[in-house]
Design a protein around this ligand. Structure first.
Ligand code: NAD
Length: 260
């Protein structure tokens, strides 16, 4: 169905992004991985996925806080694959502090990675998509794109902003074969959430299990983490022809969190 297409997944050396990249590659999509980490481990991941799927898997070390590097990543993908048909904006970071104590540099960094990088990837990839009259843009936002939690001012602001960007792009390209959507997950057990569990356990003097049950999953009515594969499968569906009429949507996958 998607065989022969090409994708960039930002922040795909770990967690949700890696799961999306693996799922796209298994569907026959050439994938450019991106993100930070140990160079040898990333190369092992890249080569293993390429060997398993027999599709081309590339890697860009572009830092999503640097617009010139973001543009270069899109140019490299277009040169290596011939096109960027699918763009998944997934790279994201978190920092937790009361707003009046929130470090200025953390605010700027979170806005740069979680919001502004989406603008730069979309701006760079859209001309090629328009020429081919086909494209799929999926922005991984969050339940925090729809509702807030205390101490996450930069993250919540960036994710709300990413939803605004999603809707605007969708309207601008509505008469083309390009769609732009956001997925708003609840909690997914990844290194990003593991870090929060450890921090909260220290801060509240609770066991990690208590933090999972009483703090993290307190907002998620179904009381379980969203599965990484569930998320990747939704991305796959949004990239398919069957999803051609879904655009400008904020699709929740949060166990009922935002239904309250
Ligand atoms: P993660 O920490 O496991 O992965 C984040 C990825 O982003 C890594 O590959 C990292 O190297 C990359 N990254 C970070 N800064 C970067 C930069 N400056 N340039 C390039 N890459 C960079 O996190 P995750 O939980 O998989 O989160 C992925 C996305 O899903 C994020 O946007 C996050 O906000 C969102 N999300 C996560 C959850 C959750 O519960 N895990 C819930 C809702 C939304």
């Amino acid at each position: 169905m998607l065989k022969g297409l090409s994708a960039i997944v930002t922040g795909s050396t770990s967690g949700i992004g890696l799961g999306i990249a693996e799922t796209l590659a298994r569907a026959g999509v050439r994938v450019m991985l991106n993100g930070f980490g140990d160079a040898r481990q990333i190369e092992q991941q890249r080569a293993a996925l390429e060997a398993e799927t027999s599709v081309r898997v590339a890697y860009s070390p572009a830092d999503m806080t640097q617009p010139a590097q973001v543009r270069q990543m899109v140019i490299e993908a277009e040169e290596q694959f011939g096109a960027v048909d699918i763009l998944v904006n997934n790279a994201g970071i978190q920092f937790i502090a009361p707003v009046d104590e929130f470090p200025d540099e953390k605010w700027s960094q979170i806005l740069a990675v979680n919001l502004t990088s989406n603008f730069h990837t979309i701006k760079a990839a859209l001309p090629g998509m328009k020429r081919r009259n086909h494209g799929r843009i999926v922005n991984i936002t969050s339940a925090h794109g729809l509702v807030a939690s205390p101490y996450k001012s930069a993250y919540v602001a960036a994710k709300h902003g990413a939803l605004g960007l999603t809707k605007t792009v969708a309207l601008e390209v509505a008469e083309t074969g390009i769609t732009c959507n956001a997925i708003c997950p609840g909690y997914v057990r990844t290194p990003l959430v593991d870090g929060q569990i450890k921090e909260q356990a220290r801060a509240h003097r609770l066991s990690e299990q208590q933090v999972v049950e009483d703090v993290i999953l307190a907002s998620q009515p179904n009381k379980r983490f969203v599965g990484q594969q569930e998320l990747a499968d939704l991305v796959l569906f949004l990239c398919s022809d069957s999803a051609a009429s879904i655009t400008g949507a904020a699709l929740t996958m949060d166990g009922g969190w935002t239904a309250r």
